[in-house]
Design a protein around this ligand. Structure first.
Ligand code: SF4
Length: 343
């Protein structure tokens, strides 16, 4: 079990005791205030030279850049880099990482989370959220390995790493239970602690912070890009997140219809459902028959990266799944009885 650690009275860990300070920037609305709080503390402790910021890219699955009414709005990956730079991290100390696999010529190409889901045969669930380890934590941890080897040799002791994240209690019961400062890994080579500087911030406080922020927030939070009304999706990472609310997924289906169809294909071939209680396939049917929220904007998803994703996912679906699918508890076919998807 991870061990909770004691914060100083000002709510900040002793940052001078770490060799690497590693803020994890998802590019979402919480990453920017987290980065602001953390960098203020790092400057006060005189340790900004130990900062390396990370974005675990979900590539085509995360919200892409979009042009709306002649204005270009950045992708989630671009936003993560902007969040890092806005608070003083030099560009060469911001690292975008992603899971890879050997391409046709042997050189590494991105291996998407949806390909992994197709190959595994089951979607992630609350009890086994393997997507986070596959697409995020595991990828950053692998990137630390050469740093740990080099620094470990120089220091002659395990390398101390602090992971800084923008998770907040208001996001759900699992996050409420998470200590604001805890040890998450210890072995002979590395000790990894985790600090959540904005754990107690409310969602309203985050939105208020953004009214005078030095970086924009992702366009998907609004009803249409640039509206500034926070009437879009409530979260932003994978456009279609298995843990998202139904209203968020319904909106995402409208904004990324080609991506939604690919998720539905995985459901149909593997016989598992996107969520424990409902399927994308039924949500799409529901949207057709009962109507869906106005997406405001539709991503074309017609570039070579999207075609490569389709090819990769379909190739994985042609093979036997690594895990037998477990059919969902509810089929989702009751969605149209009273349009509960909009609640
Ligand atoms: S956004 Fe959702 S589906 Fe994507 S990696 Fe995170 S938890 Fe998993």
């Amino acid at each position: 079990m991870p061990a909770p650690l004691a914060l100083a009275p000002n709510g900040v860990p002793d940052l001078t005791t770490y060799d690497v300070l590693a803020p994890q920037l998802s590019g979402g609305k919480d990453s920017a205030p987290m980065m602001a709080e953390f960098m203020t503390a790092a400057r006060a402790a005189g340790v900004t030279d130990r900062v390396i910021s990370y974005h675990s890219s979900l590539t085509v699955l995360e919200w892409p850049e979009i042009v709306f009414e002649g204005i270009r709005y950045p992708s989630v990956s671009e936003l993560a880099a902007l969040q890092s730079a806005a608070f003083g991290v030099p560009p060469d100390r911001h690292v975008e990482v992603t899971r890879t696999m050997p391409g046709p010529d042997g050189s590494p190409i991105p291996r998407s989370l949806l390909t992994e889901i197709a190959a595994y045969g089951r979607f992630p669930r609350m009890g086994s959220p393997y997507c986070r380890k596959f697409a995020k934590e595991g990828v950053v941890s692998m990137h630390w390995t050469p740093i740990v080897h080099r620094l470990g040799r120089e220091l002659g002791r395990p390398v101390r790493i602090l992971k800084i994240m923008g998770l907040r209690s208001a996001e759900g019961p699992d996050r409420r239970k998470r200590p604001p400062y805890q040890r998450v890994l210890t072995n002979s080579a590395r000790v990894v602690d985790e600090w959540l500087p904005i754990k107690d911030w409310s969602t309203d406080a985050v939105k208020e912070w953004h009214t005078s922020a030095p970086v924009p927030y992702c366009w998907t939070y609004d009803s249409v890009p640039g509206a500034g009304d926070w009437l879009g999706t409530s979260r932003c990472s994978c456009s279609l997140c298995v843990f998202a609310s139904k209203p968020d997924v319904l909106l995402a289906l409208g904004r990324r219809p080609r991506l939604a169809a690919l998720y539905a294909e995985v459901e149909q071939v593997r016989g598992d459902s996107f969520c424990a209680d409902w399927r994308i396939t039924d949500l799409l049917r529901h949207a057709e028959s009962c109507g869906a929220p106005d997406p405001g904007v539709v991503c074309p998803d017609d570039g070579p990266e999207f075609t490569a994703l389709e090819d990769q996912v379909r190739a994985a679906l042609k093979k036997e799944p690594r895990k037998e699918p477990e059919l969902a508890r509810g089929s989702g076919r009751a969605l149209c009885d009273g349009c509960t998807a909009h609640s």
